[in-house]
Design a binder for this molecule. Structure first.
Ligand SMILES: [Zn+2]
Length: 412
């Protein structure tokens, strides 16, 4: 296999998680009697451009059905993050009724509604029917398509170039990152701004976030590599912000290469930080597996210990990252009898691979487990606050990343 960006041969493995079902392929009760398809889950690193990327596997297309059940609006902290971002951009870019904003992967309209409320024309691009329908109900126009060079060029011809193009948590999910970036270039108005948010591979490595690896996630990105991909497409990055979302993300600000905007010191600062973290050294990548394995072993040992001691355990948050962790560790309902999740669409279903049932959060109140494993560790604080009764009734919270940790009170 060749690197998706620079086409150099991929010779080094970053992480091999064996085989796993798609992390968003939640199962119904009827599905439990059917065979389940497992795909290889292996991540390589390119030693020429340092793009960390999922290895290709057969029948990948079957994975990406447009019925993905995740609705962005279910996380309160993510909604706050979106509102704050929109207010900031409207002010800094002087956006008004004559401006045009495009969001790629606009989901249920969680972000664009903030622009709509301020009277700024916008367009969402979202192939997933259920989430796109939710956005349309809010009055946001949505194109039900995948974004790439062809769509970017078509919109440009239709006179729909944007002053601001937003891509939050989509860049890492794109199989053809060069084609996607060319699409951004095509649909960007002269003088316009692109902002992309994606998990920072530097934080993934630093905090051993191996559970954020799943099939739908094609790339794990650094500023260094994204700068190179942008340059190839005729774009440049003039500013970058480090965010705490998703365990540590980057928000990069792009513009046309010929734009006169000055590059801000934040760009060289993050590039320097990445170099210090060894992101351009092979050793940093090839030692990651051992660290992931230690977490898996520690978690398994902890759960077995609880079972032998007669303690009860449950999990909170039926997140994709939880499926990666549970499947890699081989955890089944005997060690973890149920997972609670606030998203009604997931309740009554089962986790792929592990077949652990997903129940409403109220179940934690009646079952009173001794330990609650928080799978989406990135919102652990929010979960502990919303479910403070767990500690009040004598239970403890547990997180597995960056290392297995029992939280003695609800706020540490
Ligand atoms: Zn490469």
């Amino acid at each position: 296999m060749k690197c998706r960006y620079c086409k150099a041969p991929l010779e080094h493995t970053f992480l091999d998680l064996g085989f796993a079902p798609p992390s968003n392929a939640y199962l119904t009760e009827a599905d439990l009697n059917k065979p389940e398809i497992y795909y290889p889950l292996k991540v390589k690193v390119c030693d020429s451009c340092w793009l960390v990327q999922t290895e290709d596997y057969a029948e990948a297309d079957a994975l990406f059905t447009p019925e993905y059940a995740y609705f962005s609006s279910t996380s309160a902290s993510w909604l706050d993050h979106a509102k704050h971002y929109a207010d900031q951009m409207i002010e800094k870019l002087n956006l008004n009724r004559k401006s045009f904003v495009i969001e790629v992967a606009s989901n249920d309209g969680y972000l664009l509604k903030n622009f709509l409320h301020r009277g700024i024309p916008c367009l969402g691009i979202e192939p997933t029917r259920s989430t796109a329908a939710a956005a349309e109900k809010l009055g946001i126009p949505v194109l039900h398509e995948f974004f790439g060079k062809a769509l970017g060029e078509r919109l440009a011809i239709e006179g729909k170039q944007a002053d601001l193009i937003i891509g939050n948590n989509v860049y890492a999910h794109v199989p053809d990152i060069n084609d996607f970036t060319k699409g951004l270039k095509a649909v960007l108005k002269r003088g316009g701004t692109i902002t992309l948010e994606f998990p920072h591979v530097m934080r993934l490595i630093e905090q051993a976030q191996f559970d954020t690896v799943y099939h739908e996630h094609f790339s794990y990105l650094s500023l260094y590599t994204v700068s190179r991909i942008f340059a190839t497409a005729g774009l440049s990055i003039w500013k970058v912000e480090e965010l705490s979302t998703h365990g540590g993300s980057l928000r990069v600000f792009g513009c046309h290469q010929e734009d006169s905007r000055e590059t801000q010191p934040s760009v060289s600062a993050v590039l320097e930080e990445e170099a210090v973290h060894g992101l351009q050294q092979l050793q940093t990548y090839v030692t990651f597996q051992t660290r992931a394995d230690k977490i898996k072993d520690d978690l398994l040992a902890f759960l077995v210990e609880q079972k032998r001691a007669g303690k009860t355990v449950a999990a909170y948050g039926a997140a994709a990252k939880g499926n990666t962790l549970l499947n890699y560790a081989g955890i089944k309902p005997d060690l973890l009898p149920f997972v609670c999740d606030a998203a009604k669409a997931k309740q009554g279903q089962y986790m792929p691979g592990s077949h652990i049932p997903i129940l409403a959060p109220e179940r934690l109140e009646s079952a009173k487990p001794n330990v609650v494993l928080i799978l989406p560790w990135n919102i652990a604080e929010e979960v502990m606050q919303q479910n403070a009764f767990v500690t009040e009734q004598g239970g403890k919270f547990l997180t597995a990343i960056p290392s297995v940790k029992v939280h003695e009170c609800g706020f540490c």
